[in-house]
Design a protein around this ligand. Structure first.
Ligand SMILES: Nc1ncnc2c1ncn2[C@@H]1O[C@H](COP(=O)(O)OP(=O)(O)OP(=O)(O)O)[C@@H](O)[C@H]1O
Ligand SMILES: [Mg+2]
Length: 227
């Protein structure tokens, strides 16, 4: 599903080497944690996968496609098959919970007759069906994070990327969110989660990839957080 072949990323201007010679293969259906200190390159890694960033060296493949070959139209199509949960969740403040989720279906071109049912389905999955008419400002942090997850999965993506989905949440809510990501993975979606949370990674015992200063320093099939 994901392949990195000798990937390096240097940001222009500052010339920061955010990723250095990364080689990696993630198979379809896997659940993988991406860990590392602040500044290690986790968000840059995810940015390459949605092609908001381009590698300065090497090749990134998603579902066998070399992303470097994609032109603008194809990039939009590529992003439609990926669900992305951003650290700051990026909900639209002027839209209700229901509308925020439906928005993803609208922009991916899902048939309008399906919107209501699919939106209700994911709202039930994340336990927010009673908040359908609330606006983001009326929700707790954990509820907002759950709306962001619902929005990312409503399109049935083949790949779900989550950047610190439990950042700033209390442990109970973090576990609920991780259980939700597990459930999505069990339905066949490949899931990649960037996280600082040592407890979560240690307890889940999943494949864990560790970056240190842009280098892939550890790839442990049974998890465990180590820097
Ligand atoms: N737009 C940018 N321009 C220049 N350098 C950047 C930019 N974005 C990130 N960097 C640098 O690239 C490196 C990797 O940053 P990145 O955001 O990928 O780290 P991260 O592992 O996600 O960190 P955090 O855990 O704090 O979110 C850091 O040294 C950072 O300062
Ligand atoms: Mg980050």
């Amino acid at each position: 599903m994901i392949q990195f072949h000798r990937v390096s990323l240097e940001y222009p201007v500052t010339r920061t080497l955010a990723l250095e010679d990364v080689n990696l293969h993630i198979k379809k259906g896997e659940f993988v944690y991406l860990t590392g200190h602040s500044g290690a390159g986790k968000s840059s890694f995810l940015g390459l996968l949605i092609k908001s960033l381009k590698p300065t060296k090497g090749q990134v493949y998603v579902a066998g496609d070399p992303l470097a070959k994609f032109k603008a139209g194809r990039i939009a199509q590529h992003r439609r098959r990926i669900g992305m949960v951003f650290q700051d969740h990026q909900l639209l403040d002027h839209l209700s919970v229901f509308e925020n989720i439906t928005f993803a279906l609208r922009i991916t071109g899902a048939p309008a007759r399906e919107w209501e049912e699919r939106t209700m389905h994911v709202m039930r999955m994340v336990g927010l069906e009673f908040k359908r008419n609330s606006f983001p400002i009326q929700l707790s942090q954990g509820e907002r994070q759950r709306v962001a997850i619902a929005r990312a999965i409503v399109t049935n993506p083949v790949l779900l990327l989550a950047d610190e989905p439990t950042g700033n949440l209390d442990p109970d809510v973090s576990w609920e969110i991780m259980a939700l990501l597990d459930e999505i993975n069990l339905k066949g979606t490949t899931v990649l989660v960037a996280t600082h949370s040592r407890e979560i990674v240690d307890r889940q015992r999943r494949r864990t990839i560790t970056l240190r200063k842009g280098k892939l320093v550890r790839d442990d099939p049974n998890g465990g957080y180590a820097i």
